[in-house]
Structures are given as structure tokens and as C-alpha cells.
Design a binder for this molecule. Structure first.
Ligand SMILES: *[C@@H]1O[C@H](CO)[C@@H](O)[C@H](O)[C@H]1NC(C)=O
Ligand SMILES: *[C@@H]1O[C@H](CO)[C@@H](O)[C@H](O)[C@H]1NC(C)=O
Ligand SMILES: *[C@@H]1O[C@H](CO)[C@@H](O)[C@H](O)[C@H]1NC(C)=O
Ligand SMILES: *[C@@H]1O[C@H](CO)[C@@H](O)[C@H](O)[C@H]1NC(C)=O
Ligand SMILES: *[C@@H]1O[C@H](CO)[C@@H](O)[C@H](O)[C@H]1NC(C)=O
Ligand SMILES: *[C@@H]1O[C@H](CO)[C@@H](O)[C@H](O)[C@H]1NC(C)=O
Length: 241
């Protein structure tokens, strides 16, 4: 199970540091004194433990104790770090299964719009003229950082800002640079000036970079019904397979 802890009320760099230390290094972190949002296997309900202890060994939660004692509950060594979490909440990370990071700049502008209004004012179909690649980069990165700060540790980003190679690359770069764990679903779509075939090539190029980051390049496609037996759909499926 993906179970990365998020610490409310701590600064973003701290969260990042913990994400990296818990995923990358052989290390034990002992979080003491915090309020732990845990899970009770017996009742199948969330269980709140106040003043508990949570032990992370390498990238796994190995123990959750109901007291803040750390006596003999884990192997202590120079790789063990005890972190005082008094007055902090430790919760499982949230997983956002559908985000469009590039649209973060629209925040608060669409709270009272219908889907029809959304499509004509804010959607990927009409937004291209208003966004430079740099705008996409910033909006994407800020949106992901905001999600991370709010406790979201994994995102599936439905990236339909793939209007040009530069816009697509900018959103991808913003995602990689965020440092967050994101499945970047490059959208293959029928836009003028950047064919689906070119998008498929671009996807392969990005994939070949094999950049070491927490971003995983995946794909999305909304044109199955519009273009069921077309070459673009077939080539997209081939790439997926
Ligand atoms: C932890 O160990 C100390 C020293 O052995 C002992 O006095 C204390 O009661 C222990 N605390 C818990 C919660 O077990
Ligand atoms: C772990 O060992 C270090 C060094 O011996 C010691 O300073 C630290 O208090 C120990 N931590 C715990 C939780 O026992
Ligand atoms: C939301 O939009 C509807 C339709 O345009 C309008 O009647 C209503 O007053 C708006 N509500 C708010 C809170 O703006
Ligand atoms: C994205 O990042 C790569 C590698 O750092 C860089 O070569 C490229 O120019 C960037 N593209 C955009 C559109 O920002
Ligand atoms: C792509 O869009 C253009 C313009 O709307 C349309 O003429 C064309 O048939 C579409 N192509 C596919 C494969 O859907
Ligand atoms: C890409 O990176 C992964 C993990 O870092 C590695 O296992 C794989 O061999 C790499 N693939 C290529 C083609 O370099």
C-alpha cells in the first residue's frame, strides 16, 4: 500500500525532505507525540491515536504505537531519527485521481458555472490562446505544490494542455520540477498544428529521457468515440500495449 505520511502544520521543505528520506534512504524515522489518523483492522474504521508513535523503516510504516514511548520498539542506530510531532497530525497521504494542474490559474473563477459554460470559457478546447508555455509551467507547478501542501502525496494529472510541443513540455517540466509523485497523463488530442502522431512521438521522446524523478509518464485519450477506428486511436493503443 502507498502510505506516505503527511505532516500538517509543517513547512513544505520539511514535507519534501520527509518524502525523500522515506523513499530514498535506508533509514528509520520515529515520529512521537503526534495525533495519528490510523486505521483499525478490527472495526474497519479510522482510529485516532493521540500522543502516539509511528515508526517508518526505509519507505514503510512498520509500527504504530498508542503511546509516545520509543522504548525498544525498533532497532536504534545512527540511521534512526526521532521527530517530535507534538501538536501535529500524522495522516495517510491523499491520492488525487483526477487533476488538471495547468488550470490552477483559473482557481475561484469557476465556482458558479455550468459544465456548458466551463467548456466554452475555461476548458482545454478554448484556453490555448491565453497560455504561453511558461504560463502552463507555472500554473502546473503551483497547482501541484499546493496539493502537496494540503496533504495530497500522489496525483494523476490529466494533462490536456498538449496544444503544442512547447506547451506539453512545459507542463511536463513543471510536474517534474514540483518534486511530487505524479502520474503525468499526456493527452493525445486533435488540435491544429500539432498532430496526434507528433504528440505520440513527443511522448516517446519524453519517455526516452527516463529522467529520474517522481513523475511517471502515462497517457490519456478522450477520442475513442470520436475516432474509434482511426489511425491515431490505433497507434495510441499500440503505444499503450
Ligand atoms: C521506557 O523505558 C524506561 C526506562 O527503562 C521506563 O522507565 C519507562 O517506563 C518506559 N516507558 C514505557 C512507556 O514503556
Ligand atoms: C538512539 O540512539 C542514539 C545514539 O545512541 C540516542 O541519542 C537516541 O536517543 C536513541 N533514540 C532512541 C529513540 O532511543
Ligand atoms: C450563479 O449563477 C446563476 C445563473 O447565472 C445566478 O442566478 C446566481 O445568482 C449565481 N450565484 C452566485 C452565488 O453567484
Ligand atoms: C523542459 O526541460 C528540458 C530539460 O531541462 C529542457 O531542455 C526544455 O527546454 C524544457 N522545455 C520547456 C518547454 O520548458
Ligand atoms: C480533427 O479536427 C478537425 C477539425 O475539427 C476535423 O476536421 C477532423 O476530422 C478531426 N480529426 C479526427 C481524426 O477526429
Ligand atoms: C530507466 O530507468 C529505470 C529506473 O531508473 C531503469 O531500470 C531502466 O533500465 C532505465 N531504462 C533505460 C532505457 O535507460
Amino acid at each position: 500500500m502507498l502510505f506516505i505520511m503527511h505532516y500538517l502544520k509543517v513547512t513544505l521543505p520539511t514535507v519534501w525532505a520527509l518524502l525523500y528520506t522515506t523513499s530514498a534512504l535506508a533509514k528509520t524515522n520515529v515520529l512521537t507525540g503526534g495525533t495519528i489518523i490510523a486505521y483499525d483492522e478490527a472495526t474497519k474504521l479510522p482510529k485516532v491515536i493521540r500522543g502516539g508513535t509511528l515508526v517508518l523503516e526505509n519507505d514503510r510504516v512498520s509500527q504504530i504505537l498508542e503511546q509516545s514511548s520509543t522504548n525498544g520498539t525498533f532497532s536504534n542506530s545512527s540511521d534512526t531519527e526521532v521527530i517530535d510531532c507534538t501538536d501535529k497530525i500524522i495522516t495517510p497521504g491523499f491520492i488525487d485521481t483526477h487533476r488538471h494542474g495547468w488550470q490552477t490559474v483559473y482557481k475561484t473563477m469557476a465556482s458558479n458555472t455550468t459544465l456548458g459554460e466551463y467548456f466554452s470559457r475555461l476548458s482545454a478546447f478554448v484556453s490555448q490562446p491565453y497560455f504561453t508555455p511558461e504560463d502552463v509551467y507555472i500554473s502546473q507547478k503551483v497547482g501541484i505544490l499546493e496539493a502537496l501542501n494540503a496533504g495530497t502525496t500522489t496525483i494523476l494529472d490529466h494533462a490536456h494542455h498538449t496544444w503544442t510541443r512547447e506547451h506539453a513540455a512545459a507542463g511536463y517540466n513543471g510536474t517534474v520540477d514540483s518534486g511530487a509523485r505524479v502520474y503525468f497523463a499526456y493527452t493525445f488530442q486533435n488540435v491544429s498544428g500539432f498532430s496526434v502522431q507528433d504528440q505520440l512521438s513527443h511522448w516517446r521522446e519524453l519517455n526516452a529521457l527516463n529522467a529520474s524523478s517522481l513523475t511517471t509518464l502515462v497517457m490519456s485519450y478522450d477520442d475513442f468515440s470520436a475516432n474509434t477506428y482511426g489511425k491515431d486511436t490505433q497507434d495510441m493503443v499500440k503505444l499503450a500495449l
